[in-house]
Structures are given as structure tokens and as C-alpha cells.
Design a protein around this ligand. Structure first.
Ligand SMILES: [Zn+2]
Length: 208
């Protein structure tokens, strides 16, 4: 059984959003082709879903600016612009994404005291979202991952996928993903490859 996991394809991470990833919206067409391809038995989308006072926001740290390093839960934390606040347009999945065909939309990042890049568990690797159990129950053996952003939420999601579900074949669809910085993307791909994640194109994903 094969699943597709679409990471955080939300307004907030697309141009015009509060934490825009360059060209983030350009993946929507490919994501829709993957959704409609018939190649997947199960389609899951994650959604960054923060309370307005989330601790990852620079605005929650007096004197700090976005993209500075602060601390959260006693650990270093990249401080972000306010983004994907629950109930706002910024948090909605991209309006052109074929959401009607998505089987599960999984929200993360609700606990203000910890950030949650991975769709599987928070950044302390503590609180789990239940996604691994959900995929195991549905006997998923292959998982293709794409989305935003390659160097943060996609990377942590893919690395958790191989760690939490060692028997599942995990692939990262590079051209159906975008990152915040080129260096960050390169590091993420190197790390994913080292952990046994196959790096593929959407063409390869659509082929089989
Ligand atoms: Zn976030």
C-alpha cells in the first residue's frame, strides 16, 4: 500500500504568505497531478496550525526579530514571523490544492511551548501526532513525501518517517517541494539520502 504525504502546502508558505517560501506556490500543480494520479492508496496532508501566541514566533520574544535564534523549551529555536495562525487565511491549505481527494488533514504545532516541524512528532521528539500509527494501521509500505519547506518541515517529516517506520520505503519528491534557502535544501537532501530516503522527481513518482 502506497501513501502520499503533502507537507504544509499552505498560503502562509506561498508567495504573499507570512512565511513565504520562494516559489512555494509552484508545487501546487505537481501536487495536484500526484493527488489525481491514481498511484496512491492514501493521501495525507499536514497543516501548520499555531495559536496566535505560539512560542516559535519572534513576536513572542521581546526584543527578538524574525529569523534570529532564540530559545524555546530551553533549546535553541529559529524565531519565525507569525505564520499559519489557526483560523486565518494564512493557515489554510493552498486554495488550488485538490483537498477533496485528501484522506486525512493532520494539524500540528498547536502546543505553544514547542515547535513541530515534523508531521509525526514535535521538535523534542516527544508528543506524537498519531500519523505513524495511522499509516501502520493502513499497512502502508511505501511513502512519498513532498511540500514546504524542504529544509524544515519536509526534512524533519521524512527523517521521522524512516526512523519511526523502518520497514516503509520513503521517497522525497524533489521538484514537488521548495525550500527556504539553497544551502538548506542541499543539506536536507544530503541528510535524507544518508538515511536511506530515495530522492526522486514527480515524473518518477507518476511513473510508478
Ligand atoms: Zn510553524
Amino acid at each position: 500500500m502506497k501513501a502520499l504525504l503533502l507537507v504544509d502546502i499552505q498560503n502562509g508558505f506561498c508567495p504573499g504568505g507570512n512565511l513565504a517560501v520562494p516559489e512555494g506556490d509552484e508545487i501546487v500543480t505537481l501536487a495536484n497531478q500526484l493527488i489525481g494520479s491514481g498511484k496512491y492508496d492514501l493521501i495525507v496532508a499536514s497543516q501548520d496550525w499555531h495559536p496566535a501566541d505560539h512560542g516559535s514566533f519572534a513576536s513572542s520574544h521581546p526584543g527578538k526579530n524574525p529569523f534570529e535564534i532564540g530559545t524555546l523549551g530551553g533549546k535553541p529555536q529559529m524565531l519565525w514571523p507569525d505564520h499559519c495562525v489557526q483560523g486565518t487565511r494564512d493557515a489554510e491549505l493552498h486554495p488550488e490544492l485538490r483537498t477533496a481527494e485528501i484522506d486525512l488533514i493532520l494539524q500540528k504545532g498547536e502546543d505553544r511551548s514547542i515547535d513541530s516541524y515534523s508531521a509525526f512528532r514535535d521538535n523534542a521528539q516527544d508528543a506524537h501526532t498519531g500519523l505513524a500509527e495511522f499509516l501502520k494501521e493502513r499497512e502502508i509500505t511505501e511513502l512519498d513525501i513532498c511540500g514546504l519547506a524542504t529544509d524544515y518541515c519536509v526534512r524533519f517529516t521524512a527523517l521521522d518517517a524512516v526512523e519511526l517506520m523502518p520497514s516503509v520505503k520513503v521517497r522525497f519528491i524533489e521538484d514537488a517541494s521548495r525550500g527556504i534557502t539553497p544551502d538548506g535544501v542541499e543539506a536536507a537532501i544530503t541528510e535524507m539520502r544518508a538515511e536511506g530516503i530515495e530522492i526522486i522527481t514527480s515524473e518518477e513518482a507518476l511513473a510508478g
